[in-house]
Design a protein around this ligand. Structure first.
Ligand SMILES: *Cc1c(COP(=O)(O)O)cnc(C)c1O
Length: 368
């Protein structure tokens, strides 16, 4: 008997190339797209190690834990690193980036995370891209948490390396990812003797063995199940319409933010300004005297399928993340999450108002 995951015919080069073109369509990019056979940290590390080298200076914008990781890789590569660290409750501004570039004219690489699911903020990439382009640095963007949740236009914004993964707002698999690579980025990688070559981290290998060779023969067996899942999630997004998908995420974020405030009990949006809050996930600060991990445990006891998680690392006591992305970017998931958090807060002795939360959600996300 054939198994649905097993016994599949091999994924052909033509099929692989067709999926690649669909990813390019999602990003509205004319640049080369490389599909990478692993979770998004694979192309992120490949981009940093390809772009940075001893003698280069990188501006690394830190608005959450991923920015911290990039800084470590950049230093590993021997680059000088200028860290622009922004409080996790805010976004970086284009002026801050401009000032950092002006203070360090030698900066030739900029790494930025578009939206951070871990901290719930989103950064103004279009304006930052203008500043980076004026300066002439290579611009790498981690768009894993923004793709599908908010507009993402790497070509229009001057992004040279735009990394995406399918596991968040795209509602797809975690084991495959992609990066769009500008002509400038290809030149920079090719010029870097330290850029990974003959390596799983190498984008240059994909260029020589796949793109420049006419996309006729795959360099190694593709991650077939992940590729099929990626294709399925692209089909689903195309069927719903990308703008409808992003609007659903924006509505989920607005409704969660408004609903949490109305719910009361001391919950507050972690990101101070609504314009800095990411559509992919909403972070909440728990009231003093309560513990976020315990509140999440209480809420999940109501319904273990809810998209709730406590903050990572040092944020585990103070932050709750509502991961309303992908299949959870629904009014139901938002309302059920707020109800379960209300119940956990009530158990912790806090007064909450679920009716007010429902009204706030209905107002922020009217029934269509
Ligand atoms: C989720 C995410 C990734 C991918 O990391 P995972 O921990 O595997 O989910 C990368 N960058 C950002 C900004 C993310 O939000």
């Amino acid at each position: 008997m054939t198994h649905p995951f097993l016994d599949l015919p091999p994924l052909t080069a033509a099929h692989f190339a067709a999926i690649e073109r669909r990813v390019a369509g999602l990003l509205a990019t004319e640049q080369d797209v490389v599909i990478t056979q692993g979770e998004a940290l694979l192309p992120l590390e490949g981009c940093v190690r390809g772009g940075a080298r001893p003698g280069s200076t990188a501006l690394n914008v830190v608005t959450g834990p991923y920015g911290q990781t990039f800084g470590d890789w950049l230093r590993d590569c021997g680059a000088e690193v200028v860290d622009l660290v922004v409080p996790f409750h805010a976004a970086v501004t284009a002026e801050q980036v401009e000032q950092a570039l002006a203070a360090h004219p030698e900066i030739d690489f900029v790494s930025l995370v578009h939206a951070e699911a871990a901290t719930g903020n989103t950064n103004p990439v279009a304006e930052i891209g203008e500043a980076v382009r004026a300066h002439g640095a290579l611009f790498m963007l981690d768009a894993v948490a923004s793709v599908g949740a908010e507009p993402l236009l790497p070509d229009a914004w001057g992004v040279d390396l735009c990394v995406i993964g399918a596991q968040k707002a795209m509602g797809g698999p975690a084991g495959v990812s992609a990066v769009s690579v500008s002509e400038r980025a290809w030149e920079r990688l090719a010029d870097n003797p330290r850029a990974p070559r003959r390596s799983y981290l190498s984008l240059l290998d994909w260029k020589s063995r796949w793109i420049d060779a006419g996309r006729t023969a795959l360099p190694h067996a593709p991650a077939q199940l992940e590729m099929l899942a990626l294709e399925a999630c692209l089909e689903r997004i195309e069927a719903e319409g990308l703008t409808t998908v992003t609007a659903r995420h924006a509505a989920a974020a607005a409704a969660t933010r408004a609903g949490a405030v109305a719910l009361g009990g001391g919950l507050e949006p972690y990101v101070h300004e609504a314009r800095d809050a990411a559509p992919v996930a909403t972070t909440l600060r728990v009231p003093a005297g309560t513990d976020a991990t315990a509140l999440v445990r209480g809420a999940l006891a109501v319904d273990p399928s809810l998209p709730l998680v406590a903050g990572g690392g040092a944020l585990a006591a103070e932050m709750i993340r509502v991961n309303h992305y992908g299949a959870d970017a629904t009014r139901d998931a938002v309302l059920s999450s707020l109800a379960a958090l209300g119940s956990a807060l009530t158990d912790a002795g806090r007064a909450t108002d679920l009716d007010a939360a429902r009204d706030a959600v209905a107002e922020a996300w009217p029934n269509d």
